[in-house]
Design a protein around this ligand. Structure first.
Ligand SMILES: *Cc1c(COP(=O)(O)O)cnc(C)c1O
Length: 293
């Protein structure tokens, strides 16, 4: 099972969906059977094509998909409407902004609520529609990016009525340095997350990104959220990585020619031949994915 991400007569990038599925299964096997393994599909599935990746992973049993924003979420919902996977949960990391409520509802999307404003926005809509609305709650434990900060967290703990009308599926946080196994920040974040979680003991929890899935059982909780590892890149740049490579780039050789020692090759004569050589020219350029840098 594969799909072509990009291709023309001379060059093609092929995504190996089987390898992505195998990587998902491997990461899933690191945690207990009771821990769900979600899939991170933000940024078009890390550039590999979110629709094809999502369809393959849903067939393998993945039920929880994260995207960055509303646009990605609506596109993904359309994919699952076509495949008939009605029970898939699509979770939006950026959360909800005023004006997006009816889109979230119509496409059955679950926002990650990152601050008190987002909580109010979704709760007001729940009150208006009169039905409970699903959400994840994101607490910042050290990233200082998205998520409720310490003040907002403390306020919410003592003002639980602010969550009325919301159906909390998970409380979550995000690791700063999971890929540095012995960084003390990991244990600090884990301790802080457990402190907060204590106040939401009825709600399942989620902390681990790819690197977190490899930090051991304490980090797994009820759901893990791997991204980069699904696509074959080991977060610790482990050379013995059990993860499979997930794409392949092939290009046609357009020309083979002889060149003499001292000849210069390419724009600006960037390379000078040290010896008489045979030169093969491939049919790829920057437009095909060759890195301009
Ligand atoms: C991107 C992201 C992930 C996945 O991270 P990887 O390092 O790619 O596994 C998990 N959780 C959140 C909140 C993210 O933004």
């Amino acid at each position: 099972m594969s799909h072509q991400l990009f291709g023309n007569a001379d060059s093609a990038i092929t995504i190996k969906l089987d390898a992505i599925v195998a990587n998902w299964r491997y990461i899933d096997s690191l945690s207990a059977p009771t821990t769900k393994t979600a899939a991170m599909l933000k940024a078009n599935g890390y550039g590999l094509g979110s629709g094809a990746v999502a369809t393959a992973l849903a067939q393998a049993g993945c039920e929880l998909f994260f995207v960055a924003n509303l646009t990605e979420a609506i596109e993904l919902r359309a994919v699952f409407c076509q495949t008939g996977d009605v029970n898939i949960k699509i979770i939006v990391l950026h959360g909800i902004q005023y004006g997006q409520e009816s889109d979230f509802s119509a496409h059955r999307l679950v926002p990650v609520l990152n601050d008190l404003d987002q909580i109010s926005c979704w709760r007001l809509f729940a009150a208006k529609t009169g039905k409970p609305l699903p959400a994840l709650l994101h607490f910042d434990t050290g990233m200082t990016r998205l998520g409720l900060d310490t003040n907002q967290t403390n306020w919410l703990i003592h003002n639980r009525q602010a969550l009325e009308g919301l159906e909390l599926h998970y409380v979550m946080s995000h690791l700063v340095s999971g890929e540095v196994v012995d960084d003390p920040v990991n244990a600090q974040q884990l301790a802080r997350f457990n402190e907060i979680r204590h106040w939401f003991s009825d709600t399942p929890a989620s902390l681990a990104n790819s690197a977190g899935t490899m930090l051991g059982k304490d980090y797994h909780f009820a759901m893990t959220r791997p991204g980069i590892a699904l696509y074959g890149i080991h977060p610790c740049e482990n050379l013995d990585s059990p993860l499979l490579s997930t794409f392949e780039w092939q290009a046609r050789i357009l020309q083979i020619r002889d060149a003499a020692a001292g000849d210069k090759v390419g724009y600006g004569g960037t390379h000078q031949l040290a010896r008489d050589s045979t030169i093969a020219t491939l049919g790829v350029g920057y437009a095909d994915g060759y890195n301009r840098k």
